[in-house]
Design a binder for this molecule. Structure first.
Ligand code: DGJ
Length: 719
C-alpha cells in the first residue's frame, strides 16, 4: 500500500515559533529537510518547488548516477556515502535497506502539539519499517523521533539510528563543551572541515564532559549575534552527537543513542524508539538557548512556586552527621532566610564515609537513634522544608544489599566491572531491583516529612551488563530509571527531585522531564562557576540550575573570594548556601542575609526572564543578566574576572534591552564600588546613568574599576 495525503506537493513547509522547516517529499525515497532556520514567511507553491530544485546537486564525474540528497535517514540506497542514518543487520544480511514511503501525514496545530510531519516507510525485502516524526513546536524547536520496527522473521541487530538535521553551508565553526568532575562545561571551538566531528558518551550517563548542545554556526558567532544551529539529545545514557561535512557539499548535524554491541536486538515485531533529538537555531546563542528555556518553562510540571533558597549540608559537615550540629546549622539557615534544608550523604545505615553502605536505604540508628524525625521536626519547625540525599541506582560492595543480592549488580560476566568511588551500579532492568528501590524510597517519603530528594549518581556505567549471558544494558537501565522516577513522582507528586551526578554529569532533557533541577557542578568556586553556569544555561534555565554560596575558601580550588563574588555569581540560579554558617561573625551573617534577601527580591525576574550574555572583546570582563519578558526591567552582574589589560577596563554593553526605549542603569545593593588609590569616583555611582537602549547595547557604559575577581550588581529600568 502506498498512500500519500497530497501526491501533488513535492515539499512541505512547517512554520511555527519563528522557524521554518521545508521538507522535500519526492515520489521516490525518503523525505529530506532542505531548509531549517529563520521563518521564511508565506512561501508560494512555486517557491517551495524552487527550494527543492535549488537543493538538488548536479551529477558529477566519478559519482553516483542519481545525485545524492540528504534525507532524514541517509542511506547508501540513496547514493549517500557519508555516515548512514541507520546501521544494523540480521547476522550480516539485510544491512542495506531501501525504504519506500507508505504514508506522509501532516498536522498543523499552532496552539498545542505544533506542526508535525510523520513519515512511515517500509522495506519489505529486508523486513524493516521506519517511522520518523518531525515536530516543530511553538517555540520554534524542531523535534525528531524515530522508530524502527523489525517486520522480518529473524532477530535484527540495531547498531545506530540517528536523527539528521541539515546545517547551512555557512556553518563553519563548531562550539561544544567538554569537562570533568569539578569543571563541567568547558567550551571548545574549531573549524568545520570535511569529515565528521563526534562528541560521544560511553559512560552510561551523559558525563561531566558531555556537551549539552552541539552548535555550529557562522565563524565567530557569539551570544548576541551570528547564525547558529544546535542539537540536543534528550537522553540520559550513551550517545553520539556529530557535525559532518561531506565532499558532496552537505553539512549536517546528527544525534543518536550510542548502542553497545548486541545492546538492541529486535525480535520479529519489536521496535526501537530513539530518544528525541531537539534542534534549535538563533542569531546568537542567546536566541538559540531561549527556545530550550521556553520549552522547559511551558511544561505542565515546570516548578511554579518561587525556588526555595536551599541550605545544603555537604560542604558544611560532609559525613559528620550530628543532631546538635545540624540543628545549629538549620537555625543559622533560618536566620539568614533559607527556605529548604537538605541533609546530604551520610544519614543511612553504615554510611560513615564514601566506602560503604550504598543500597542500605534505612536510617542509621547509631547516628540517628530516633530516626530522622528530630532533625526533620527541628527544620520544619523553623519553617524550612526538609530535603534528603539518595543515590538509588548505586550499591557499595560493602553493604548488606550487595551481600544479600550480588546478582543485582550490573557486570559483564562473572567478574565485577572496574570499581569507581568504591561502588557499583544496580541492574535496574531487573524488576526485583526496582521493586526494592521503590519500596525503600516510598517508605522514606511516606514515613517522613520530606519535600525534596537530591538524587545523586556518582559513577560511570562501565562494562554494564545484565542477564545471563550478560549483554550491554545501559539502554535498559535508562528506560528503567525513567520508569522508576515516573512511578515515584506519581506516588509523591509534591516531592521535588534534583538530578545530581558527581555534580553536573547528568544534565539532559530526558532526566529533566522527571526532575525539578540539576546540580551544575560540585565546584562552587565563583570564578569557575561563571563558565560552568554560562554554558549550562545554553540548555537549562536558571531556575532549574542549582547554584550555592560556598565558604570563603573554595573546597575544590583552594581559592579565597569575597562573599559578594560568591553570592553574586550564584544569585541568578536556584540559589543556595553550602557552607558551615552556624557560627559566622555577625557582620558576615548580616551580609549573607542581605544576599538571600536580594535573591528573593529579584528571583521572579531571574527565573522568568530572558538570560543574556554580552559578547565583550576583553575576556577579563563578564557582563550577563536577565531581562524581563516586557524588557522594562533587567538585572545584570558585571564581573572583573581577572585583571584587564586596560585601566579603566572600558565599556560594558547591555544585551537584551529594547533598542527603542530609554533606561536608567544603576548600581544595585548589596554590592558597592569602592574607590582605590588614584581613582576618581565612578561618575554615575550615585544617580545611575540614563541612555537609549540601542546605545546601551552598542556603545555601553564605562565599566567600574574593580579589583580582579569581584563583581557589581546593576539594575536597569525603563523610564
Ligand atoms: C556528589 C555530589 O555532587 C555532592 O554534592 C555530594 O552530594 C556527594 N556526591 C555526596 O556523596
Amino acid at each position: 500500500m502506498r498512500r500519500r495525503d497530497d501526491e501533488m506537493t513535492p515539499a512541505r513547509h512547517l512554520r511555527l515559533g519563528g522557524t521554518s522547516v521545508v521538507i522535500d517529499t519526492p515520489a521516490q525515497g525518503l523525505p529530506g529537510i532542505v531548509y531549517w532556520g529563520p521563518d521564511l514567511g508565506e512561501v508560494s507553491e512555486e517557491a517551495l518547488v524552487g527550494l527543492v530544485t535549488a537543493s538538488r546537486p548536479q551529477r558529477v564525474s566519478g559519482g553516483v548516477d542519481e545525485p545524492t540528497r540528504l534525507t532524514l535517514v541517509p542511506l547508501q540506497s540513496d547514493g549517500w556515502q557519508g555516515t548512514p542514518g541507520l546501521v544494523g543487520s540480521r547476522a550480516g544480511s539485510d544491512f542495506a535497506p531501501a525504504f519506500e514511503v507508505d504514508e506522509l501525514d501532516g498536522a498543523e496545530d499552532g496552539e498545542g502539539a505544533g506542526a508535525t510531519l510523520v513519515v512511515t516507510a517500509d522495506d519489505a525485502e529486508v523486513g524493516l519499517r521506519l517511522r520518523i516524526e518531525l515536530r516543530l513546536d511553538v517555540h520554534g524547536l524542531l523535534h525528531q523521533t524515530l522508530r524502527l520496527t523489525n517486520t522480518g522473521d529473524d532477530v535484527y541487530d540495531l547498531h545506530e539510528l540517528a536523527a539528521t538535521f541539515p546545517l547551512p553551508h555557512t556553518a563553519g565553526e563548531v562550539l561544544d563543551t567538554t569537562g570533568r568532575h569539578l569543571r563541567e562545561r568547558t567550551p571548545q571551538r574549531h573549524a568545520v572541515t570535511v569529515g565528521r566531528y563526534d562528541r560521544e558518551s560511553r559512560r552510561g550517563r551523559p558525563g561531566a564532559d558531555a556537551t549539552l548542545v552541539l552548535a555550529a554556526g557562522t565563524p565567530g558567532f557569539g551570544f548576541e549575534r551570528g547564525l547558529v544551529h544546535a542539537v540536543h539529545l534528550a537522553w540520559s545514557g550513551n550517545h553520539r552527537v556529530s557535525v559532518e561535512r561531506t565532499v558532496t557539499g552537505s553539512t549536517l548535524t546528527r544525534a543518536a543513542e550510542l548502542l553497545g554491541a548486541g545492546e538492541v536486538r529486535l525480535a520479529p515485531g519489536e521496535s526501537y524508539d530513539s530518544p528525541a533529538a531537539i534542534g534549535s537555531w538563533g542569531d546568537g546563542l542567546t536566541e538559540l538557548s531561549g527556545r530550550y528555556h521556553r520549552l522547559l518553562r511551558s511544561r505542565p510540571q515546570h516548578p511554579a512556586s518561587p525556588r526555595p533558597v536551599t541550605l545544603n549540608t555537604w560542604e558544611a559537615v560532609y559525613f559528620d552527621h550530628d543532631l546538635a550540629r545540624l540543628s545549629a546549622l538549620a537555625d543559622a539557615g533560618a536566620r539568614v532566610g533559607a527556605e529548604r534544608f537538605v541533609l546530604d550523604d551520610g544519614w543511612f545505615r553504615g554510611r560513615r564515609d564514601d566506602t560503604s553502605a550504598l543500597g542500605d536505604w534505612y536510617v542509621d540508628d547509631e547516628v540517628w537513634p530516633d530516626g530522622l524525625t528530630p532533625i526533620i521536626e527541628h527544620v520544619t519547625g523553623l519553617g524550612l522544608q526538609f530535603g534528603l540525599w539518595v543515590e538509588p541506582e548505586m550499591v557499595s560492595p560493602d553493604s548488606d544489599l550487595a551481600r544479600a543480592h550480588p546478582e543485582w549488580i550490573l557486570r559483564p560476566g562473572s567478574r565485577l566491572p572496574v570499581p569507581a568511588r568504591q561502588q557499583q551500579v544496580l541492574d535496574l532492568s531487573n524488576p526485583a531491583v526496582t521493586d526494592y528501590l521503590l519500596e525503600r524510597l516510598d517508605a522514606l517519603l511516606t514515613e517522613n516529612d520530606i519535600a525534596y530528594l537530591k538524587w545523586d549518581h556518582n559513577r560511570d556505567l562501565l562494562e554494564a551488563g545484565a542477564g545471563s549471558p550478560a549483554h550491554p544494558a545501559v539502554h535498559e537501565n535508562v528506560v528503567a530509571l525513567y520508569a522508576l522516577l515516573d512511578e515515584l513522582r506519581r506516588r509523591h507528586p509534591s516531592v521535588e527531585i534534583e538530578s545530581c551526578a558527581s555534580g553536573g554529569a547528568r544534565v539532559d532533557l530526558g532526566i529533566l522531564d522527571r526532575t525539578d533541577r540539576i546540580w551544575a557542578s560540585d565546584c562552587i568556586d565563583p570564578i569557575e562557576r561563571l563558565t560552568i553556569q554560562r554554558y549550562t544555561n545554553l540548555l537549562v534555565p536558571y531556575e532549574l540550575t542549582g547554584a550555592h554560596v560556598s565558604g570563603p575558601r573554595s573546597h575544590s580550588t583552594g581559592r579565597r573570594h569575597d562573599l559578594s563574588l560568591r553570592a553574586g555569581v550564584a544569585l541568578p540560579g536556584h540559589f543556595g548556601i553550602e557552607w558551615d554558617i552556624s557560627s559566622l561573625e555577625p557582620d558576615v551573617e548580616a551580609e549573607l542575609t542581605s544576599w538571600v534577601a536580594a535573591h528573593k527580591r529579584h528571583r521572579d525576574l531571574l527565573h522568568r526572564g530572558t538570560a543574556v550574555f554580552a559578547d565583550l572583546p576583553d575576556a577579563s570582563m563578564d557582563l550577563r543578566g536577565v531581562v524581563s519578558a516586557d524588557r522594562s526591567h533587567a538585572l545584570y552582574t558585571f564581573t572583573q574576572v581577572s585583571a584587564s589589560a586596560s585601566y579603566p577596563p572600558g565599556p560594558m554593553t547591555f544585551p537584551g534591552l529594547d533598542d527603542d526605549r530609554t533606561y536608567r542603569v544603576a548600581l544595585a545593593e548589596p554590592t558597592a564600588v569602592l574607590g582605590g588609590p588614584g581613582q576618581s569616583p565612578l561618575p554615575w555611582a550615585v544617580d545611575g546613568v540614563v541612555a537609549p537602549g540601542r546605545a546601551l547595547r552598542l556603545g555601553g557604559v564605562q565599566a567600574p574599576v574593580l579589583f580582579p575577581e569581584s563583581l557589581v550588581l546593576l539594575e536597569v529600568t525603563a523610564l
